[in-house]
Design a binder for this molecule. Structure first.
Ligand SMILES: N[C@@H](CCC(=O)N[C@@H](CS)C(=O)NCC(=O)O)C(=O)O
Length: 233
């Protein structure tokens, strides 16, 4: 089908990052909500689109792409060349790419393990997980402090902020106290103020996660290949 189609889940942080980038780049797209609880992303049909069996997945007229970072970069390169969201200057772009790599390898990875996975699956929030998360927060706080800029990779909002905010909203959802990381707290608040249209996309996802954190969804009929499902036999 012609045009952009996004396979996403409404409370998914990486899906939220892609939706924010689509909005920032003023791109029209068709959203396809994937039924995670029913394991739609594990189906043979979805596996043909994304062998990783993960959400989000972009379909650009038959060109399929997963991994939110790759999707953000592709959208900006193809549909927003010259847009300040993904600067062309090699060093500025390298800083954006660094923040994106840091997010996927470390920051969101630790948030996902500590804050998000225990909402949905039979995992506990452990002291080790907390220690690793705090180290990642220390790093982001230090980057922001040393750089002294409003946004994560400089004075302009970039893909780095979009991706890192989608991760940080999970901490807000689980009511994690960010006050020991004042630069992170300030940057997160600044983003909400500076980009209300983007935050209007993230906030409902954050609130959905917040509700699920208080009252976890019933995934007991999901036969998950690797996550321990709560309440399953
Ligand atoms: N690195 C991937 C992570 C994607 C991801 O973890 N998506 C979750 C939903 S938020 C998922 O599809 N998980 C598959 C599963 O738990 O079965 C990205 O940034 O897009």
């Amino acid at each position: 089908m012609a045009g952009l189609k996004l396979y996403s889940v409404s409370d998914s942080p990486p899906s939220t990052a892609v939706k924010m980038a689509l909005e920032a780049l003023a791109l029209e797209y068709t959203n396809v909500e994937v039924d995670f609880a029913a394991g739609e992303h594990l189906s043979d049909e979805f596996t043909k689109k994304n062998p990783q069996r993960e959400i989000p997945c972009l379909d650009d007229s038959g060109f399929f792409l997963s991994e939110s970072i790759a999707i953000l970069q592709y959208l900006a390169d193809k549909y927003g060349p010259g847009h300040s969201i993904y600067p062309r200057d090699p060093q500025q772009r390298a800083l954006v790419n660094h923040r994106l790599a840091f997010n996927i390898s470390t920051y969101y990875a630790r948030i996902a393990e500590y804050a998000v996975a225990p909402i949905f699956f039979d995992y506990k929030r452990t002291p080790d997980g907390l220690k690793k998360l705090k180290i990642a927060l220390n790093v982001l706080n230090t980057i922001l402090e040393r750089q002294g800029t409003k946004f994560a990779a400089g004075e302009h909002l970039t893909l780095a902020d979009v991706s890192l905010v989608a991760a940080t909203m999970c901490l807000e959802a689980v009511e994690f106290d960010l006050s020991p990381w004042p630069r992170v707290l300030r940057w997160y608040g600044d983003f909400k103020q500076a980009a209300p249209r983007l935050w209007a996309i993230a906030e409902p996802a954050m609130l959905e996660l917040k509700n699920f954190n208080k009252s976890p969804p019933d995934l007991s009929s999901l036969k998950h290949p690797y996550h321990p499902v709560r309440g399953s036999k």
